[in-house]
Design a protein around this ligand. Sequence first.
Ligand code: C2E
Ligand code: MG
Ligand code: MG
Length: 557
Amino acid sequence: LEGPLAIWDEDFRLVVSNHAFAQSLLNQKEMLAPGTSLEDFLNLAAHSGLFEDAIGREGEWAAASAKALRAGPIRDMTRFTNGRVHQAISHKTPSGDTLVIGTDITELETARVARESYARQLEQAHEIAHHQAYHDSLTRLGNRRFLNEELARLSDILHQKGGRIAALHVDLDRFKQINDTRGHAVGDAVLCRVGEVLQNLVTASDTLARTGGDEFVILRYCGVRKCPPARELANAIVAAFQRPIKVDGVEYRVGASVGLASTDVSDVSDLLTDSDIALYKAKSLGRGRAHRFDRGDFLEMAEIKTLSDDLLRSLDAREIVPFYQVQIDAKTGQPVGLEALARWRHPTRGLMTPDRFLSIAEDLEVVDRIDQLVFEVALAECMAAFEGVPAPSLSFNISSRRLMSGGVLLAAQQASDYPGQVAFELLESIFLDDQDEATALQLDALRDAGVELEVDDFGSGHASIIALEHIAPDRLKIDRRLIEPITTSTRSAGMVRAIIDLASALDIKITAEGVETESHADILRSLGCGRFQGYHFGRPAALPEVLQAWWPEQVRP
Ligand code: C2E
Ligand code: MG
Ligand code: MG
């Protein structure tokens, strides 16, 4: 035996020991004298400086070791200050002696420790990998995979205990604009902040996940015990994002739409599709609202899906064409302008107006392509039709997407070839939402290119007077919802008069939209309105038809 060995008699006096015993336990060459008591030996050992556990508490250690050996048998691991590790084993012989042997297990022990730390590292790596696979690295919320697993888990609970699962699809209304105009770093920070806001609105038992760019989903399981209605959560989310959120000291109005669906059957496979459809519906109803799924939405959605696919095809096939509505000078009654309005000449559905396809185009983010198509064709048609004669002004509707694109500047430059005035109509909301440097610069560039700027549907939104003064448009087009009641309500007439007076004070021209009757025209004329547009004078039509009605001499055979 190479390791330390000692035999103690019944009274724990040393009978015999070996060199290794003296060497490795006492750090001395001379063997320990037989007859030495266990306590004496342990006191020597405690003060040898070899036993890690004994350092600083030598007496205590010696007493405890003696007690253990006397009680025996032992099987202990001992760490030495030189880094070695022994296993000490004691054994009582039939004659009453106690045999103690030590085995150096340093290598075994090192291997075991290494094995354990390796296992721990593996476990951690696995945890991290698992977390990454199930979480979104930006917001640290769960991802789609996480959502699917949670849904499966909740569906099991539903199956066993009954109850109801609600799903809320949340989509930000203006995230894309923020991301496009302020850059991706700001976009990311906004998303993180949105994640925090949502986290604060949900309860601890809700599941919250980010499933796409600016799309979040919440699952709420409601068992037999009452829980807060999902509808309230949906409304709270909409309300929370109506207020601006603050990121790095800057306020952003992101706005949110929420689709809500719920089920009490254990087949939950349709739940997320339903809440997604409801979200789509919420957006098509005007965004910034919550909508609960119903069956009708589903059919509508199927139709929208078909139209979406079709719309992309139609752009390549150039099926989007301009119609024109005439604008009349209030004093002379002469035609002085045309507004180009998009129509979809569908091969099987026939002619479609923008209410059928514009919101779809917005979701597909192709409105700017529609604007571009209408512009190209209308400019070419009208240049040909009004060659060498006083040409009417030509107005185009410009989406916010188109406004911030490079294409619109190019279009403005091309427009200078047209013999008449070209105007770009911008919705009121553009003026309010994006009063930033970039928009202001773009508007200036358009004006420099010779294009007039008009505010479309004025009075329908919330453009402030301050914004008006700031942007200084050339013309306001008063929304037809304000015009329509002026023949029956003096209050409405008064409001229109106020707008006209305000505009003239700011040196802004006025067009009234939706002039449907002679008496509308008469009242508007008396209020000082400069231009009329409406069914009373003509509905939007293809150019040959409009020429026939108003410029017959320009009709080519
Ligand atoms: P808008 O620019 O305000 O155009 C006027 C809309 O009012 C047209 O509808 C026109 O047909 C309708 N309208 C004209 N006079 C009357 C009237 O007397 N009574 C009534 N009830 N309605 C009248 P349309 O052509 O369906 O266009 C709807 C909207 O779609 C437009 O409103 C405009 O915002 C948008 N839009 C049309 N073409 C384009 C386009 O090429 N690009 C973009 N971005 N938007 C377009
Ligand atoms: Mg318009
Ligand atoms: Mg309008």
